[in-house]
Design a protein around this ligand. Structure first.
Ligand code: NDP
Ligand code: PYC
Length: 337
């Protein structure tokens, strides 16, 4: 099937046009465009242009506020809060991130709480915004109930992404970012569209039996990664980024939305750390010590997480982004709605 190659600027213009025509304010259209194009650029298909339709459906259903003005509040503590006011999370993060970085440098650590946001994006763009400032960072959020806990048989947890980043002086940062389900829900949806079976161990059907059928998986439940270990980490995310920040847990988010066909609203927690402030000169330079670990890992033939992404990014910058005929048709259809 024929492919089209777009430059990053061309894709950005097209995605921006679609989002603005759909009614998003420039603040949100621009912030969403940045993360969606970054997803395509870094070959993260489950959070690239494929997400646009879901965002537009959510907008049309009146479940996200197209021109919400996120509001930042500080109470003098290490905890900053952005109320997204029912808008998408991306602009709320962009408002809070510089203040979070400043606070983490001043205090050694700081937290950014985002409340009342609609959340569809990958977390690594947020992590990289902080590693670019020389900070280590973690981000996490619930989703909506679609994952059965280990030992359970029905959706309770979200796909609850968890991401971590460590800054490096002369190299791309160390960043991992994954769903705490075996795979992101977007991956199941991509299998459904492609008509391909799921790998074993990803999901159970509505009766609780293992399935490799994407339709049955979407009607049933996904499984946590790593059995009881992933299940416990996912529950931690419900507690820290749902209960603790005074926002919705995944079952509550599903109940509020009433469907898994739209993008869920809940909160997000982002933590930033200044490694030098923690180390206080003990045992040497933390940046140099981290490099020793990375070299040892690479020396065994293993790869760093995000290495594939950074390679895809370099390729996209020099060669552009290749989109299939179906993907181009989708973009044109959404633009001409
Ligand atoms: P993947 O399993 O594709 O990747 C997880 C991480 O592991 C990546 O950082 C990846 O780096 C790294 N990795 C993969 N293979 C290796 C390897 N062999 N050696 C070392 N590292 C490796 O991610 P998921 O499918 O679980 O999640 C995809 C995205 O979905 C995430 O960005 C997440 O934030 C997002 N998501 C968002 C949700 C939301 O509610 N907003 C919900 C759930 C997921 P690399 O990319 O370089 O391969
Ligand atoms: O891929 O699981 C997922 C997901 C849910 C919400 C946003 N992404």
């Amino acid at each position: 099937m024929s492919e089209t190659t777009l430059t990053l600027d061309e894709l950005e213009r097209l995605v921006g046009e679609i989002l603005r025509k759909a009614g998003l304010s420039p603040l949100h259209a621009d912030a969403l465009t940045r993360v969606i194009v970054a997803g395509e650029r870094d070959a993260c298909k489950s959070h690239g242009i494929y997400r646009i339709e879901g965002c537009l459906r959510t907008l049309k259903a009146g479940k996200v506020i197209a021109d919400a003005q996120p509001e930042l509040t500080r109470d003098g503590s290490a905890i900053l809060r952005v109320d997204a006011k029912g808008g998408f999370s991306c602009a709320a993060f962009e408002l809070g991130a510089p203040v979070l970085a400043e606070k983490a440098r001043a205090l050694g650590l700081a937290a950014l709480v985002i409340n009342d946001c609609t959340h569809f994006s990958a977390l690594w763009p947020e992590i990289e915004a902080l590693t670019d400032q020389g900070l280590a960072a973690m981000a996490m959020c619930p989703s909506y109930a679609s994952v059965a806990p280990a030992g359970g048989s029905a959706p309770l947890l979200g796909t609850n992404p968890f991401a971590f980043g460590w800054p490096r002086r002369n190299a791309d940062p160390y960043v991992f970012d994954f769903a705490t389900s075996v795979a992101a829900r977007g991956e199941i949806e991509l299998h459904r569209r492609a008509g391909t079976r799921l790998p074993e161990g990803w999901a159970i059907d509505a009766s609780g039996a293992p399935t490799t059928d994407p339709e049955a998986a979407l009607a049933g439940a996904m499984l946590p990664f790593g059995g009881h270990k992933g299940s416990a980490i996912s529950m931690m995310i419900e507690l820290l980024a749902g209960v603790m920040i005074g926002d919705l847990t995944s079952p509550e988010a599903l109940e509020a939305l009433g469907t898994t066909t739209l993008v869920p609203a809940h909160g997000e927690l982002i933590l930033a750390f200044d490694p030098a402030r923690f180390a206080q000169g003990r045992a040497g330079d933390p940046m140099a010590r981290a490099e020793t670990l990375f070299e040892a890992l690479l020396g065994q033939g293993a790869r760093l997480p995000s290495q594939r992404r950074f390679q895809a990014r370099a390729r996209a910058r020099s060669e552009g982004i290749r989109l299939s005929a179906d993907e181009m048709a989708l973009l044109h259809r959404l633009r001409d709605l």
